[in-house]
Ligand binder design. Structure first.
Ligand code: MN
Length: 234
């Protein structure tokens, strides 16, 4: 695992992405990072990343994660990314590798469920628990034979059955940044990117998923008291 491919694909004098120069040493004595970045490039996808051996192992998940254990989501393994990448939210200039809008859609930590995660990765069957803002509970990444002769390794990201499993579409219900509470269009606007293209990755304003900021959903104190009274009156 190294960052040679990552660096080869990018021009750090043009793109604000981190170069990963601050090479991290051995496995740190803290929780392992987990992050999903929503990335509107030529196609919308969700980049699923798990810290391992000082880098972020990375998979591009075209449809994003599903909380439904009966749904298997294709996850194409891509080049390892530097740990600092987990905080990157903004714009990759058009014409550059991955040009488009990047949102930190979810972040937190992960715990391997396999006793030897290195061996599990090699075998292509990694079980783990996510401790994110949005994704929690038990998951598995399973390597498959691959589709269409792709050189990249195809994996499937699957939710295990536990009390975090759900039929809800989390990508629609929770479309905002875990870091800044912004929608894709808002990130693009503030970074001078293609707002219209970024907005295509946001749910329509009148969809079931709330496109409103979470703070706007908070009811006022009097309204909360009134609601409490109604519950107690039942
Ligand atoms: Mn990507």
């Amino acid at each position: 695992m190294n960052l040679r491919e990552y660096r080869k694909k990018r021009r750090f004098d043009v793109s604000p992405e981190p170069s990963g120069d601050s090479e991290s040493g051995p496995v740190p004595a803290r929780d392992l990072l987990y992050v999903i970045q929503k990335h509107q490039a030529s196609h919308l996808h969700y980049d699923f990343r798990l810290e391992w051996n000082g880098v972020l192992l990375s998979w591009a998940v075209p449809k994003g994660p599903s909380l439904d254990p009966s749904i298997k989501r294709l996850a194409m393994q891509v080049e390892d990314h530097p740990l600092e990448y987990g905080n990157f939210e903004g714009i990759i200039p058009e014409g550059e590798y991955g040009g488009g809008t990047v949102m930190v859609w979810d972040h937190g930590n992960w715990t391997p469920e396999s006793p030897d995660p290195g061996a599990a990765l090699k075998k292509g069957d990694l079980k783990f628990t996510l401790h994110g803002d949005k994704l929690k509970g038990s998951w598995v990444l399973v390597r498959t034979r691959g589709f269409g002769g792709s050189k990249r390794a195809s994996w499937l990201l699957i939710k295990h059955r536990d009390h975090f499993a759900s039929a809800k579409d989390i990508t629609v219900e929770k479309p905002r940044s875990a870091l800044t509470d912004r929608l894709m269009a808002e990130i693009a606007r503030e970074a001078g990117g293609d707002v219209e293209k970024a907005a295509e990755a946001d749910p329509p304003p009148d969809s079931a998923g709330s496109a409103k900021p979470t703070r706007a959903k908070r009811t006022s104190a009097p309204a909360r008291r009134a609601a409490k009274k109604r519950i107690h009156a039942k």
